[in-house]
Design a protein around this ligand. Structure first.
Ligand code: FCB
Length: 458
């Protein structure tokens, strides 16, 4: 008899505003840093941009039908800050009205909205005022949150403040490959990160004040080092929460997640990170570390590790030909077993997998089908691992497959298809892939169609 998922476990699917909405100059929306970044020659593959994307803005009803057809319990989407605060002090009613319609349409079909406030589309006017480098961004984020919560808080009960700060700062402010395309030194980025965390904390308190029954969380990337044998569990947990290191420094958990989860930055981190913190940073920690109800974890892959004879960390090399997605990301279902456990243990809060999925080779076949069996297998393996984590004590509230439909994959344009639904970017026609039907069966059966055992990945 297979282990069931808990009754209140949310099977879900996720998207974000800039990646699907299009309609960038409709209903008073102002430009975002991404609209601008897409105009920089060479910044985005093939010069693509999100101006049309999936035209979700114009096809709301059709897309909600697709969501409902999956039988999911929940839909994670983001509201676009540039639709809502379009100029200093100006709240755009038409932007709010769009999300109002979305939320009602979801609720009518029994799908719970999980709303993300910031999934990377910063209004360009705010960037021109210093963006994340200026402390006032936290006030602006609180004002934006007020507007969204005031309008939707009566119906939206799951709130995620910030998506993947590691990518916003690491890709957008260190490497310059995401908007706003900056390459700044470590100390300067440390200041920006602190403002990002403060903005998160301010939003949490706005939501708490206005929606007493809200479940509030955020959605960092969870970098997971997982043990290849039980003896390596300790080094794997330590490596998962290692300090920022080398050129890869922004791509760590601890510098971002400890202030939020433990109310303190990790001791021993690079002095430049400490030096960059703005004056009075200590006084912000209470706001930043305000308790959350849930931790969103975006997990796509992990890193296998072992313990050496002297208790040291050993990175395990993968066998030649190990499964890899079209992003070049290795397939590591064990990250959905260990990731939730490690995060539950360190921060003492329930988690939800707010993103997990893959880009695969999904074109419409000659007979009209899209047999994306790699995605089906990925889904099965990852949910299987997650179910084991739950059985072994991790408190997991839900799972959101990334993504509902193929969409604008940031600097890679439309080249990578992550959807359960195929989108023809010329006609905007939506065609459910094989994985859509299989995930629907899984959701409808609440996981009962998952096999008992899965063979190891080869
Ligand atoms: C995550 C992002 C999401 C999407 C997936 C593939 O890093 O949060 O918007 O691009 O990767």
């Amino acid at each position: 008899m297979s282990l069931p998922f808990p009754d209140d476990f949310a099977f879900g699917v996720a998207t974000s505003a800039y990646q699907i909405e299009g309609a960038v100059d409709v209903d008073g929306r102002c430009p975002s840093v991404w609209d601008h970044f897409c105009t920089v020659p060479g910044a985005v593959r093939d010069g693509h941009d999100g101006s049309i994307a999936c035209d979700h803005y114009g096809r709301l009803a059709e897309d909600v039908d697709l969501i409902a057809g999956l039988g999911v319990d929940a839909y994670r989407f983001s509201t676009a800050w540039p639709r809502i605060v379009t100029a200093p002090g100006h709240i755009e009613e038409r932007g709010l009205a769009f999300y109002d319609r979305l939320v009602d349409a979801l609720l009518e079909r029994g799908v719970a909205p999980w709303l993300t406030l910031f999934h990377w589309d910063l209004p360009l006017w705010l960037h021109h005022r210093g963006g994340w480098l200026d402390r006032s961004i936290a006030d602006h984020f609180a004002e934006y949150t007020e507007a969204v919560v005031g309008r939707l808080g009566d119906r939206v009960k799951h709130w995620i403040t910030f998506n993947e700060p590691q990518c916003v700062f690491g890709l957008g402010h260190v490497r310059g490959v995401h908007a706003p395309g900056l390459r700044l030194d470590m100390a300067t980025v440390s200041r920006a990160i602190h403002h990002g965390l403060l903005a998160h904390g301010r939003a949490v308190s706005v939501i708490r004040d206005r929606v007493p029954d809200a479940k509030v969380g955020w959605a960092p990337v969870a970098f997971v080092d997982y043990p290849v044998r039980p003896e390596a569990r300790g080094v794997a947990a330590a490596a998962t929460f290692r300090l920022p290191q080398g050129d890869e420094w922004p791509f760590n958990n601890t510098w971002f997640t400890d202030p939020v989860g433990l109310g303190q930055y990790p001791e021993g981190a690079d002095p430049n990170l400490w030096r960059g913190l703005p004056a009075g940073w200590e006084r912000d920690l209470e706001t930043i570390g305000a308790p959350l109800d849930l931790w969103g974890l975006n997990i796509y892959r992990g890193r296998p590790v072992d313990v050496g004879p002297d208790g040291e960390l050993v990175l395990v090399s993968r066998v030649p030909g190990h499964g890899e997605t079209l992003m070049g990301w290795s397939v590591d279902p064990e990250c959905l077993y260990w990731g939730p456990r490690f995060f539950c243990e360190r921060y003492g809060k329930p988690v939800a997998i707010t993103e997990n999925g893959l880009a695969s080779m999904d074109w419409v076949h000659h007979d009209g089908t899209i047999p994306d069996l790699g995605r089906v297998d990925y889904l099965v393996r990852h949910l299987h691992a997650l179910r084991r984590a739950i059985a072994d004590g991790a408190e997991v509230l839900g799972y959101f497959q990334w993504s509902l439909m193929d969409n604008f994959e940031w600097e890679l344009g439309y080249a990578k298809r992550f959807g359960l639904v195929h989108v023809d970017f010329e006609t905007l026609e939506r065609t459910p892939k094989e994985s859509y039907a299989r995930y629907a069966a899984l959701c409808h059966s609440r996981g009962a169609t998952l096999p008992e055992d899965v063979a190891p990945l080869r």
